[in-house]
Design a protein around this ligand. Structure first.
Ligand code: C6P
Length: 413
């Protein structure tokens, strides 16, 4: 079992106060806090190593390059990729998905071809396909969810056709917390010869990922959601696919030879890494993944399962509580119906923004709104939710503080 009190000391920010109250940070699905070792590794690199990577013959440049390539190897191990050629550094999940939409889209998709996504996708896994649709005339097919907040797998199977060229689906919903059966989805898609992109932004911090076991074709994740720095993320792609895809951006480092007449591309993964990469953030990400591994991703998953179960049980005892999505999960979205507001068109919901703002005054950091998943809000028939999302350093006491604060705030309406 994790020693939460000890783990918390690795995260200096958790000791601070807001509005004179201890901070209860429950906005981890938006971004996680950083352990001191991540910040230290990055500070050390800036203070003692800093030089541009892959370019200089000098000592520092080679040392910085070594650190970046070691970071790539750490990522490879963390996601179980076959080779570092399959690990592309990007700015985050959003850029990773845009890279695939642009590059894979240009290479393999044309008018009438279909991309299957789902009703629970983040805008990052909707809008890039819409941009591609404008450029190429592809069709976007949307797999519905059940009333319980799970993917409708029978509908998913029916959506696959001889025109389907890609399935792009989130592993874990950032609103509902639903853990999708991605292994099954990948197997079904592959039986139709359709490759699959997994949005692992909300999965990477909470559960083991092994791209070879999953057999996914692409996988995207963000460093800042897994205790790493902002501005760095990963695109995993199967080597054979990445080889066939054109570059996403042009510039330094992604080239083989350049002349005004003709330019050739660098080998993988550099073909997709134009310009000076955020090599210091790569080091920070590697340190964060090492930190997670040192605690144990299985232990983290087990602990967060218990915490999510406890949170669900406690929250459900609050009068007027509506939780969206299946429990337990480290992501809990909810609204509260106030008896005094009943009779209104919205069924008496306390507005999520009001609830979140008042919780903030009590030191509880949650996210409110549509969580960059507006189509999902339409499906749920609401404008937004309050979302509490947990990380490995959250405690039962913090769940209790959340529930006490909600009760206190709800009486104000
Ligand atoms: N969700 C949230 O509060 P970026 O911004 O590129 O690091 O991640 C985008 C993204 C993609 N997919 C999913 C499932 C996500 O949850 C996110 C980010 C944050 O829910 C910020 S909107």
């Amino acid at each position: 079992m994790l020693d939460i009190q000890r783990i918390r000391t690795d995260f200096p920010i958790l000791g601070r106060e807001v509005y004179g109250r201890p901070l209860v940070y429950l906005d981890n699905a938006a971004t996680t806090q950083k352990p001191r070792c991540v910040v230290d590794a990055m500070t050390d690199e800036y203070l003692n190593v800093n030089a541009n990577v892959h370019r200089g013959v000098h000592y520092l440049s080679q040392q910085a390059t070594d650190l970046m390539e070691q970071a790539r190897e750490t990522v490879r191990r963390f996601i179980g990729a076959r080779s570092t050629a399959e690990v592309v550094f990007t700015r985050g999940t959003t850029e990773s998905i845009n890279l695939v939409a642009s590059s894979f889209g240009q290479a393999f998709l044309g008018e009438g071809d279909e991309v299957v996504i789902t009703e629970m996708e983040h805008h990052s896994n909707i809008v890039p396909w819409q941009l591609l649709r404008e450029r190429t005339g592809i069709k976007i097919k949307v797999c519905p969810i059940t009333d319980e907040g799970r993917l409708d797998l029978e509908a998913f199977v029916r959506l696959l056709s001889s025109h389907t060229r890609l399935v792009s689906v989130t592993a874990v919903s950032n609103v509902l917390g639903t853990v999708n059966p991605i292994k099954e989805i990948i197997a079904i898609a592959h039986a139709h010869d359709v490759p699959v992109l997994i949005d692992a932004a909300q999965a990477a911090p909470h559960m083991p990922i092994n791209v070879q076991e999953l057999d996914c074709d692409f996988l995207a994740l963000s460093g800042h959601k897994v205790y790493g720095p902002t501005g760095i993320g990963v695109l995993y792609g199967k080597e054979a696919l990445l080889e066939q895809m054109p570059p996403y951006m042009g510039g330094g480092e992604m080239i083989g030879k350049v002349s005004f007449e003709h330019t050739t591309w660098n080998e993988l993964p550099y073909k997709f890494e134009a310009g000076t990469p955020d090599y210091v953030a790569a080091t920070g990400l590697a340190r964060a993944l090492d930190y997670v591994t040192s605690i144990g991703i299985d232990e983290i998953e087990a602990y967060e399962h218990q915490l999510g179960t406890y949170a669900y049980e406690q929250l459900m005892q609050i009068e007027g509580m509506n939780i969206y999505g299946p429990a337990p999960s480290p992501v809990v979205s909810f609204n509260i119906v106030s008896p005094s507001l009943q009779g209104r068109a919205d069924g008496g919901l306390i507005h999520h923004l009001d609830l979140g703002t008042l919780l903030d005054r009590l030191g509880i950091a949650v996210r409110t709104g549509h969580h960059c998943a507006e189509p999902l809000m339409h499906r749920l028939g609401i404008e937004g939710t309050v979302r509490a999302s947990f990380a490995l350093y959250n405690s039962r006491e913090e769940v209790d503080s959340l529930c006490d604060a909600i009760r206190r705030v709800a009486t104000m309406f």
